[in-house]
Design a protein around this ligand. Structure first.
Ligand SMILES: [Zn+2]
Length: 411
């Protein structure tokens, strides 16, 4: 066993040994399928089942998987290999919010690239190797504060604007986890949702994504006055009205509405009037003192729908037998905790502080290419083929990314 492998195995083993009590999920454990991957071993070992949490935590301690998953579904026979024989009973809905799927400018991401042909590497994203010209390059993703903040905002939107507000779910129906690398998983743990099939799950997803609204029906015209959604309306109507009202307070962002310059100037002048009209019951979108055409209303609503829709990985939400990370295990590409976050703590939660394990030890490593990264409130790197001494958890991240080796052999 090489030094890096020993170090990784020890890191995961120690964690699982000390933190058995943190592994509280999944519930109804004997109905779930499990799948694991191991350091430097290809493929996933799946169709595994356990009878108790104790069996699971012992397995984790002695086998030290680097990625640990369980099925969102409940099965009669979870260890059967063939799906028909497993006997599907139901499944939690899991919303996967991933920084990579959000519309953050791509240069805001930290990437490094590596050529699969000649081994050249560098900072940023590169599709073509600058040394040999090959198009076979791989990207390494590095978690960073900025895109994790965006992912958290998105998770809060899903939770607060939709699941809690519109679906009436509360803390005990929801389980929120940092995914361990670049986003969040929201588990919907309410039994009445478990039996929903794909078609019904699609309806929920479409609602969160603001898809398929015939918003023409939200408006009606009486003489010169157009009535529409108001800020006190429930659901999407209220979201659209409040978002429109907010937008009028932040003047510089009005261009998002994709309507004419002249109209935007008029809106700026009359913003307090429009905001008052949106508070009326019924709310007024257009009248003699401020006129909007049907087309202008359409453009406003469409851009506000786009702005407020949730960005969720569809395949995960619709999959009735998805394997998802076990809360409070570790992530095999970072060594970070797949940490359960209480909903009331989400606002202050910083994964690059709180999901990075505290370690006393430091380790001497030889690095590859590593961008600057903010870990535990400290800036680390950038490094380019350097010999450095870093905290153990940082060394684990770098080794798991394939960008560091130990300087000296260890015992
Ligand atoms: Zn190359």
């Amino acid at each position: 066993m090489n030094g890096e492998k020993k170090l990784i195995k020890k890191f995961f083993h120690e964690y699982f040994k000390k933190n058995k009590k943190l592994i509280k999920y999944p519930d109804e454990i004997e109905r779930r399928e499990f799948g694991f991957t191991f350091y430097q071993k290809p493929g996933m070992y799946r169709h595994i089942s356990f009878n108790s949490l104790k069996e699971l935590t012992e397995f984790l301690e002695w086998n030290t998987p680097i990625n640990s998953h369980y099925s969102s579904a409940f099965f009669k026979n979870p260890a059967e290999r063939e799906m028909e024989k497993k006997g599907w009973i139901g499944a939690e809905i899991v919303f996967d919010i991933d920084a990579d799927h959000l519309s953050i400018p791509k240069d805001a991401f930290s990437f490094t690239w590596k050529c699969n042909k000649c081994g050249e590497s560098g900072f940023g994203r590169k599709e073509k190797c600058s040394s040999c010209g090959s198009y076979s390059t791989s990207l390494v993703f590095w978690p960073n504060t900025k895109n994790l903040r965006e992912a958290k905002k998105e998770a809060e939107k899903v939770l607060f604007n939709f699941l809690m507000e519109d679906f009436g779910l509360n803390e005990k129906d929801l389980l929120v986890n940092f995914s361990g690398q670049r986003g969040y998983h929201i588990h919907l743990k309410k039994k009445s949702f478990y039996k929903l099939k794909q078609k019904e799950r699609r309806e929920i997803l479409d609602y969160l994504k603001g898809v398929g609204w015939k918003y023409d029906l939200w408006f009606r015209k009486r003489g010169e006055v157009v009535y529409g959604p108001g800020v006190f309306d429930p659901g999407w109507k209220g979201i659209i009205a409040r978002s429109y009202s907010e937008l009028l307070s932040r003047k510089e962002k009005l261009t998002e509405l994709e309507i004419s310059k002249r109209k935007i100037e008029e809106m700026r002048e009359k913003s307090s009037l429009i905001k008052n009209n949106l508070q009326e019951k019924p709310a007024i979108w257009s009248n003699e003192s401020f006129k909007l055409t049907k087309k202008e209303i359409g453009k406003i609503v469409e851009s506000l729908l786009r702005k407020n829709r949730c960005s969720i990985d569809e395949t995960v939400a619709l999959d009735l037998k998805k394997l998802i990370r076990i809360p409070n295990t570790l992530h095999g590409k970072t060594g970070f905790q797949v940490k359960t976050v209480q909903i009331e703590d989400l606002d202050m939660f910083n994964p690059l502080k709180e999901a990075v394990l505290e370690t006393d030890e430091s380790v001497k490593i030889k690095t590859g290419i590593i961008p600057e990264i903010d870990l535990k409130g400290e800036k680390i790197g950038p490094y380019k083929f350097e010999e450095v001494e870093v905290p153990l958890s940082t060394a684990v991240l770098f080794i798991l990314k394939g960008e560091a080796k130990l300087s000296e052999p260890r015992n």
